[in-house]
Design a protein around this ligand. Structure first.
Ligand code: TYM
Length: 333
């Protein structure tokens, strides 16, 4: 059955293996299924919830679009655009922030993590960011949203907001209630230095993540230095309990090789980590280096990227523009 796909990635630099395995790799698979309509958005309005340097933001927007294309998303099949180019996102976000109760937003764990100890200084934008995300999704009658595990709570909120709006304005099914697409085992890639921490672009240690622009040597070096434990690789999944670093590296291997964790354990059970790390570095560089090479090529072709984003924005506008008009009519504007 055909799916309407929407997902977004923030243009905040350092796109990494977590973004790739948790999200972008799945975008490519969905793009490749002929019957799907896919929209992949560079969410620049989300990026400014935290202070950004103007010039870096501009180049990160292009780099994120380049990463989508270099990873295999075909811009002639899927829509690629940046959020700030389509006004309806900001408008819908205001309207839906009048539907979403504060109590629901107060439960969002990502806000608590990102705002840290000094909540008073966090921007209001950071607080209502999940409402903007709900607007992104609901404007396009999205049926499925591919994301990593960390976005699950935001998707539940999106579903709640859609249902509350439909009920309050007595417009059954006006907003389609979207389904998350979260890969069961590999939707939370952890730091290479601490198996209990998510791999993240904001981690101060560059050794904690593999960036999608890393060279082969950088990948080999980071995998060599990745934290492990002193036991051999087990044969069964259950024995990975309480071994978060081992579980993470074996998960990364499985995901990048498109195979189950069980199969990876069959292959490497009983072997030691120095052997496994060589294999992991090998497969990662064979999959990531072509992407990083392509990103580096594409970012020099600004005109090409700007054209893709412009064409994408026009297509997105023609869908979202209609929806926001209907939203306004429903609420009485
Ligand atoms: P962002 O930009 O933080 O991350 C982009 C995507 O990468 C996934 N991801 C990970 N997956 C597995 N392991 C990790 N360590 C890891 N780190 C990041 C994220 O889950 C995400 O899928 N709010 C979103 C962007 C957004 C969006 C949307 C997504 C805005 N509007 C509408 C879907 C639909 C965000 O900040 O993602």
């Amino acid at each position: 059955m055909s799916k309407k796909i929407f997902s977004g990635v923030q243009p905040t630099g350092n796109l990494h293996l977590g973004n790739y395995l948790g999200a972008i790799k799945n975008f490519v698979e969905l793009n490749n299924e002929k019957e799907n309509d896919c929209i992949f958005c560079v969410v620049d309005l989300h990026a400014i919830t935290i202070k950004q340097d103007k010039n870096e933001l501009k180049s990160n927007i292009r780099e994120t679009a380049a990463t989508f294309i270099a990873s295999g998303i075909d811009p002639s099949k899927s829509i690629i655009f940046n959020q700030s180019k389509v006004q309806a996102h900001a408008e819908a976000s205001w309207i839906l922030s009048c539907t979403a109760p504060m109590g629901w937003l107060n439960r969002m764990t990502q806000f608590k993590e990102k705002a840290g100890k000094d909540k008073e200084k966090a921007s209001v934008g950071l607080y209502i960011y999940p409402v903007l995300m709900a607007s992104d999704i609901l404007l396009y009658d999205t049926s499925h949203v591919p994301v990593g595990e960390d976005q699950k709570q935001h998707l539940e909120l999106t579903r709640d907001i859609a249902q509350k709006f439909n009920k309050e304005f007595i417009c059954d099914d006006f907003f389609k209630v979207p389904e998350p697409l979260i890969k069961k085992n590999f939707s939370r890639i952890m730091s290479l230095k601490d198996g209990l921490k998510k791999m993240s672009k904001s981690d101060p240690s560059g050794l904690s993540r593999i960036n999608l622009t890393d060279t082969k040597d950088e990948i080999v070096n980071k995998i060599r230095k990745a934290k492990t434990d002193s036991f051999p690789i087990p044969n069964i999944e259950k024995e990975l309990n309480d071994r978060p670093e081992a579980e993470n590296l074996l998960g990364i291997y499985s995901s990048i090789s498109n195979q189950t964790l069980e199969k990876t354990l069959d292959e490497f059970g009983g072997k030691n980590f120095s052997f496994f790390k060589n294999e992991l570095a090998e497969i990662l560089s064979s999959k990531i280096s072509p992407i990083s090479g392509e990103i580096k090529k594409l970012i020099h072709d600004r005109q090409y990227l700007d054209n893709i984003l412009l064409e994408g924005a026009e297509k997105a506008e023609s869908i979202a523009g209609k929806k926001i008009k209907e939203i306004k009519k429903i609420i009485g504007f």
